[in-house]
Write a protein that binds this ligand. Sequence first.
Ligand SMILES: [Zn+2]
Length: 153
Amino acid sequence: MNRPIEFTHEFVEFVPKELKERILYVSIEYGTAVHRCACGCGEKVVTPFGRTDWKMIYDGDTMSLHPSIGNWNFKCRSHYWIRENHIEWAPDWSDEEIAAGRAADRAAKQRQFGSQQSNPQRPAGSMSDERPSASGGWAGVKNWWSRIWKEHR
Ligand SMILES: [Zn+2]
């Protein structure tokens, strides 16, 4: 799956219903780009542009997207960059790395939008009801530690 793949780009107002393979459809109007997964599985990949989403670099000739495109939700789980209209395959990520990447993405979005948006059910003030169990957890660790300490004396 590490074969070199060339893309072309097309500026569109609306994303067409039928997407051709190896074309990056860019809609400035809607601030998003769409393409079919570079591995050839046919899945539709939507990459919205934004400060915490993708950025596009158009040099007048070719298109690059940043950051990489990780299709974890697809069967293929392909991961690649689009750089100057060609596909650069990324090494496979472990589940832990995917989780870490998602957590970082969530954190970045929370910094920008505040925690209310990602957690609309819970008003900010109700977080306090989680504290007793958190401190109980820490006390539990200390008890466990002092028990071990005594046993080894
Ligand atoms: Zn794919």
